[in-house]
Write a protein that binds this ligand. Structure first.
Ligand SMILES: Nc1ncnc2c1ncn2[C@@H]1O[C@H](COP(=O)(O)OP(=O)(O)O)[C@@H](O)[C@H]1O
Ligand SMILES: [Mg+2]
Length: 211
């Protein structure tokens, strides 16, 4: 497809949403049509599923059920938003994608990655990121950032924020293992200030925009 699919991955509080917005503005100013979107979400159906997954109390999904809900949201998102945007040549910036599923439901919750990849290939479609930027941050700093953000918004700890530090450490290691295994992944030190991260991100994407 003529467009480019650029994915931002990393733990909660690592700065994905902040960097997505900054990159969207930068690439837009360079003249690209940019579609900035996120998972789970990105469609009305995805937002309904997101609200089910992030519910603060009363629900406790089994990891496999969580995987199916997230995959359902991704099917809607790819068919209705991502693929059409790529087909018309847009740059799609997606805040979380298959990498998050492999890190959280795979590394964090021990689901076999072959199942996750199979669902993607068979149900979502043969669509993979052209580049993935991993915002790597130690879980304690990331947790402090997202707690501050949640407190500012008047919320208690979110669903994923509330899990123990071992879980977050497994997720971080799984993300780093993905970055070692797959070409097209770039690890960015997310402890740096936003402007430095934006510059590093743009430099990492240079091969996607020759000339
Ligand atoms: N590079 C950075 N350095 C310090 N704080 C940051 C940085 N990027 C984002 N933040 C702050 O950290 C919090 C989480 O950032 P956010 O972009 O929402 O992360 P994510 O989308 O990965 O959960 C926000 O309050 C944001 O303002
Ligand atoms: Mg975010």
């Amino acid at each position: 497809m003529p467009g480019r699919l650029i994915v931002l991955e990393g733990g909660d509080g690592s700065g994905k949403t902040t960097l997505t917005a900054a990159l969207a503005a930068l690439l837009g100013a360079e003249g690209h049509e940019v579609v900035a979107t996120r998972e789970p979400g990105g469609t009305p159906e995805g937002l309904v599923l997101r609200s089910l997954l992030l519910a603060e109390s009363g629900t406790a999904w089994e990891a496999e059920a969580e995987l199916l809900l997230i995959t359902a949201a991704r099917v809607q998102h790819v068919r209705r938003v991502i693929s059409p945007a790529l087909a018309r040549g847009a740059v799609v910036l997606c805040d979380r994608f298959i990498g998050s599923t492999l890190a959280y439901q795979g590394g964090g919750s021990f689901i076999d990655p072959a199942i996750i990849l199979g669902l993607h290939r068979d149900l979502v479609g043969d669509i993979w990121p052209d580049a993935t930027l991993l915002l790597d941050l130690d879980p304690a700093s990331a947790l402090a950032r997202s707690r501050a953000r949640l407190a500012a918004a008047g919320h208690d700890e979110g669903r994923f924020e509330a899990r123990d530090i071992d879980y977050h450490a497994r997720v971080r290691e799984a993300f780093l293992a993905l970055a070692r295994a797959y070409p097209g992944w770039t690890v960015l030190d997310a402890a740096r200030p936003p402007e430095a991260l934006l510059n590093a991100a743009r430099a990492a994407l240079a091969p996607l925009f020759p000339g």
